[in-house]
Design a protein around this ligand. Structure first.
Ligand SMILES: *Cc1c(COP(=O)(O)O)cnc(C)c1O
Length: 497
C-alpha cells in the first residue's frame, strides 16, 4: 500500500515510510486508505494466535513485505514477552476488562511495537534499496526510550540515540535506560521537559544541515517515536485481538460494539484504536484519558488546541506532553483528509502555539471520542480504591485511564439515549515501573528507594515482580551526560563520530 503525507507533499511505499520516519514536508505518513477487514475475516481470525492476528493485519498495510517472514518476525518479537499471550485481557470485578500490554521486555506497552520495528526497518531498507547505516533519534518521556534501546541493542547497521527530560522520568525509568547494554546505543539527559526533547529531535529531523553532516558520516536519520507509521500500525493488532478474545470467550457476540479507554500522551496508542475502527472493528467510543496536562480534554471540549499553558510534572510522566504529535493524523482525518488545511494548522501550531478546528470537525471528533482527565489526587484515589475493592494493582497511567473510564460510565447515566457497551481499559505499564508513586497510592507511604518500593508492593499485592525490573538493580550505570536542548545535535555527532 502507498503512504501519503498529512501535508500533501509526498507519497511513498510502506517500506520507505518506515525508513524515512517523517515525510519530507514535515508531515506524518498515513495509509492512502484504510484496508477493510470483513466480518468473515474477523470470524476467521478468532482461531489465530496473537502473532497471526498481527501478521494478518500488518500485511494489509505492508503488502510488499513477505507475509511468512513478517509472521516469523512477529513470533520472535512476542516470544520476548512473559507468558503465553503478549496482550492478555482480564475481566475486572467492576465489569470492565483490562488489556494488559506490559508483559514485554521493558514492562510498558511501547514493547508491543518496538520489538517489531527493528524487523520492519531492516527489511524496509532492503526493500527500498537503502544501504546507509541508520541513526534512530528518540525523544522519550521514559518508556519509548527504553523499549527502543532494548529492541535495537546490538542491531547491525543501526545506532540509537535516546534523549529524555532530566527531571521528567521516574527513577526506575531512568535506571532502566542508563544501564542499557549495547555498543550501538547512547542515552542523554536534556535540561527541559519532554516537549523540549521532542522539539529538539524534530529540529534535527527537519534540518538540511544536520542531514548533510550525518550523510557525510554515512548515516540516514530515522525515528522510533510514534510519528513513525511502523510504530503505530503494530498497535492496531491489540485492539482487534482484545475484541476477538471477548468474542471467543463468549463475553460478547460478534458485531457488538466495544469501548476502549486509553491513557494518552502523544495520541499514538488511541490513534491505533481509531485506525482499527476505520478498518471495520466494531468499536464504540474511544475514551481519551489525560492527566493534569489536559490539553487534549480542552481540545475535545472546545475545538481549540492550545499549547501555551503551564506544563506539570505528574506521577504519570509518560503522559506529560503538551504537543501531542499524532493528533496531526487525526485532524487530517477529521478534515476529510484535507492536506493543505492540515499543513496550515501545523504551521499555526508552531508559530502561535495553537489552532482550531471547525464545528463539523469537532462534531465528528465527539462522535468517535470522549475525553476526560484525572488530577493527581483522582489518580491516587482510583488506584487505592480499585485495589481495596478488587485486589488489582494498577500503575499510575492505567489509574488515569480507569478514573476517566469511570467518569465516562457515570456520564452515560444522565443520558438515556446513549448505549452502554463493554469497556476495555488499556493498561500500559507494570505497577513496578513506577514503584514509589504506586506504593504511595496504595498505602500513603513514601519511600526514597525504588527497589524498596518494589519490595513493599510485592509484599502487599503478591503480584509477581517482572524479571527485567529485578535485573536492573544490579547493573552498572553507563550513561551520565546531561545537555541543554541546543546541544543535542553535538551529542549525536560525538556519538557517531
Ligand atoms: C507512552 C505511554 C503512554 C501514552 O501513549 P501515547 O501513545 O503517547 O498516547 C501511556 N502510558 C504509558 C505507560 C506509556 O509509556
Amino acid at each position: 500500500m502507498e503512504f501519503i503525507s498529512t501535508r500533501g507533499g509526498q507519497s511513498v511505499t510502506g517500506a520507505q515510510a518506515v525508513v524515512q520516519g517523517i515525510a519530507s514536508d514535515g508531515g506524518l505518513f498515513v495509509p492512502r486508505e484504510f484496508p477493510r477487514i470483513t466480518s468473515e475475516e474477523l470470524e476467521e481470525m478468532l482461531s489465530f494466535d496473537y502473532p497471526e492476528r498481527a501478521a494478518f493485519l500488518l500485511h494489509r498495510y505492508f503488502d510488499e513485505y513477505d507475509k511468512d517472514e513478517l509472521l516469523e518476525a512477529l513470533r520472535k518479537a512476542y516470544k520476548k514477552f512473559e507468558g503465553e499471550d503478549p496482550a492478555p485481557l482480564v475481566r475486572m470485578d467492576n465489569g470492565m476488562y483490562m488489556l494488559e500490554l506490559y508483559h514485554g521486555p521493558t514492562c510498558a506497552f511501547k514493547d508491543m511495537a518496538l520489538t517489531v520495528l527493528p524487523y520492519l526497518l531492516k527489511k524496509g531498507c532492503e526493500l527500498a534499496g537503502i544501504r546507509e547505516n541508520l541513526l534512530l533519534l528518540v525523544a522519550t518521556s521514559g518508556d519509548t526510550g527504553k523499549a527502543a534501546l532494548e529492541g535495537f541493542a546490538g542491531a547491525e547497521g543501526i545506532k540509537v540515540a535516546v534523549f529524555y527530560p532530566e527531571e521528567g522520568v521516574s527513577k526506575m525509568q531512568k535506571l532502566q535506560m542508563c544501564t542499557q547494554d549495547g555498543d550501538n546505543v547512547t542515552v542523554v539527559a536534556v535540561r527541559g521537559n519532554f516537549d523540549d526533547c521532542q522539539t529538539g529531535v524534530k529540529k534535527i529531523f527537519t534540518s538540511a544541515e544536520c542531514a548533510a553532516k550525518l550523510r557525510e558520516e554515512g548515516y540516514l536519520l530515522t525515528s522510533a517515536n510514534s510519528i513513525n507509521i511502523g510504530r503505530l500500525l503494530p498497535q492496531v493488532a491489540y485492539y482487534f485481538s482484545a475484541y476477538l478474545d471477548l468474542v471467543s470467550s463468549g463475553q460478547i457476540s460478534m458485531g457488538k460494539k466495544v469501548d476502549f479507554a486509553v491513557p494518552t500522551g502523544n495520541f499514538g496508542n488511541i490513534l491505533a484504536g481509531y485506525y482499527a475502527k476505520r478498518m471495520g472493528l466494531p468499536v464504540g467510543k474511544l475514551i481519551c484519558a489525560s492527566n493534569k496536562n489536559n490539553v487534549l480534554t480542552e481540545f475535545w471540549r472546545r475545538g481549540t488546541y492550545e499549547t501555551r499553558r503551564p506544563f506539570y510534572r505528574t506521577m504519570s510522566p509518560s503522559m506529560d506532553i503538551l504537543v501531542s504529535s499524532n493528533l496531526e493524523r487525526l485532524i487530517f482525518e477529521l478534515s476529510g483528509r484535507d492536506a493543505p488545511r492540515t499543513a496550515e494548522r501545523m504551521t499555526s501550531l508552531s508559530s502561535t502555539g495553537r489552532y482550531s478546528v471547525g464545528t463539523d470537525e469537532l462534531k465528528k471528533f465527539k462522535e468517535e471520542f470522549y475525553a476526560g482527565f484525572a488530577s493527581e489526587d483522582d489518580t491516587v484515589e482510583c488506584i487505592y480504591d480499585f485495589f481495596e475493592e478488587y485486589g488489582y494493582p494498577m500503575d499510575t497511567h492505567t489509574g488515569v485511564a480507569m478514573k476517566v473510564a469511570q467518569d465516562y460510565e457515570e456520564s452515560l447515566k444522565d443520558d438515556t439515549m446513549s448505549e452502554s457497551n463493554p469497556l476495555v481499559v488499556i493498561s500500559t505499564a507494570s505497577p513496578y515501573k513506577f514503584p514509589q508513586d504506586v506504593l504511595y497510592a496504595l498505602t500513603g507511604n513514601d519511600v526514597k528507594d525504588s527497589f524498596k518500593g518494589v519490595k513493599r508492593i510485592h509484599l502487599l499485592t503478591a503480584m509477581k515482580v517482572p524479571e527485567p525490573i529485578k535485573a536492573v538493580r544490579y547493573k552498572a550505570i553507563r550513561f551520565k551526560t546531561t545537555v541543554s536542548p541546543e546541544k543535542m545535535f553535538d551529542e549525536v555527532m560525538k556519538f557517531i563520530g
